[in-house]
Design a protein around this ligand. Structure first.
Ligand code: HEC
Length: 124
């Protein structure tokens, strides 16, 4: 078996260590554009989150909430006239009897957007 000392001593290995070090030293990660991936929480699932946080009100239309489920498209149509972004923003910051974040306090904004999209898709 090769010992670590022998590997480091080999000129090829030493060269690759130098190249790797130079790469990390020259790379300025802070300058990179942020990745444009949706910031969904790990293990996030829109349906599970809906069932846990939103279903209690939105399945029954409690307190005048737009109902979710097949055949409820007309409950959402007038709300969607202001655009998806505005509807998602209301879900995030709260809106009359709609509590901020729908009480899903560990949801990111992107999680909430995905849940709203799920609610809209399942209300067609
Ligand atoms: C305590 C009950 C309650 C819970 C829990 C709740 N909502 Fe609501 N939601 C409401 C009510 C009431 C409204 C209607 C508010 C109004 O139009 O005056 C509403 C409206 C909305 C709207 C429409 C906003 C608009 O611009 O018309 C969205 C989107 C929404 N809720 C998303 C969610 C999501 C996502 C969750 C779960 C993460 C959630 N809600 C949890 C009660 C609730």
């Amino acid at each position: 078996m090769l010992s670590i000392k022998k590997v480091i001593a080999s000129p090829v290995a030493r060269l690759s260590v130098v190249i790797a070090a130079a790469f990390f030293a020259s790379a300025n990660f802070a300058d990179n554009e942020p990745l444009q991936l949706a910031a969904l929480s790990s293990g996030f699932n829109a349906e599970t989150t809906y069932m846990a946080s939103c279903f209690a009100c939105h399945s029954t239309g409690a307190a005048g909430s737009p109902k979710v489920g097949p055949g409820n498209a007309e409950a959402w149509a007038p709300r969607m006239e202001k655009g998806l972004d505005a509807v998602v923003a209301n879900a995030i910051k709260g809106f009359n009897a709609m509590p901020p974040k729908g009480l899903c306090f560990n949801c990111t904004d992107d999680d909430l957007r995905a849940v709203v999209e799920y609610m809209l898709a399942s209300s067609q």
